[in-house]
Design a protein around this ligand. Structure first.
Ligand code: FES
Length: 112
């Protein structure tokens, strides 16, 4: 995994009846994962495939209308969904393996 890069998750989350896509980032050595859905509209952030960071690499960016999110929190600091947050996925680092979980509950509202 490249430093400070975004990676689509290798295995999509499969639950009976629907699929939710997410992405994992390495922000200065800290790992965070989010559902790949902008809070403005139901589009993935990476309209340009696998591009999740702004040009200055300080923020996650939705390439559809330019919303900017803080990498560590998923909080939107600028754009049409300012004040809302990405849906976070739990991340655990275990002896070099990075595990991304799925929150409990019905996520069908996030399905593609
Ligand atoms: S869809 Fe992401 S900013 Fe509009």
């Amino acid at each position: 995994m490249p430093d400070e890069g975004g990676e689509p998750l290798g295995e999509p989350n499969h639950r009976p009846g629907y699929r939710v896509d997410g992405f994992l980032i390495n922000d200065a050595g800290n790992f965070y994962a989010y559902v790949n859905r902008c809070r403005h509209m139901t589009t993935p952030l990476d309209f340009v495939r696998d591009q999740f960071f702004s040009e200055d690499r300080r923020y996650l960016m939705c390439y559809t209308h330019g919303a900017l999110y803080e990498p560590a929190t998923g909080f939107c600091i600028a754009g049409p969904c300012k004040g809302e947050s990405l849906y976070r996925l739990p991340v655990q680092v275990d002896r070099g393996d990075i595990l991304v979980g799925c929150p409990e509950g019905d996520l069908s509202f996030l399905a593609e």
